[in-house]
Design a protein. Sequence first.
Length: 173
Amino acid sequence: MQKKAIEILFFSSKEPLSIEYISSLLGLVKKEVLRYIEHLNNEYKKTGRTFYIRSVGNGYQLVLRKEYGKLLLSLKHKKRKSLSKHLLETLAVVAYHQPVSKKEIDKRRGANSTYTLKRLKEMGFINISERSKDGSYIYMTTSYFLVYFGLNSLESLPPLNKDSENFQKHEDK
């Protein structure tokens, strides 16, 4: 019964579900929830299902197996939020250097980030985590950022490479 309840939660949710949330809803301990997820994934694999439950962001989500991605893309879906070069650049600075102030973001980018920070916050990619001693906002990425880019955690970010020198150059100044 509990396994079916967990499955229903995943089928019903568009957002990742945390183990803590599932535990509280069903009155289970975290280990039990993780065990049920493992059992469900084993069943899905054994029966050749097109989906599985994957760790993503701050929780778990029901997702399609990669081999079915092209079929899904052939459907006309709501357009995914597109990110301009400036938005991606600002988001990369926040992701790789968080917690980070606007002043530091501007310094690393070599440009004013007021608009891009506002837009990224509206889109759900970043949040203001606190204020610094001088009163400026400190920015961090959100769990939506992780989900959007298919990351389990910030440690899953690819390492900065030579093409990312701009971010490093401003560090030394």
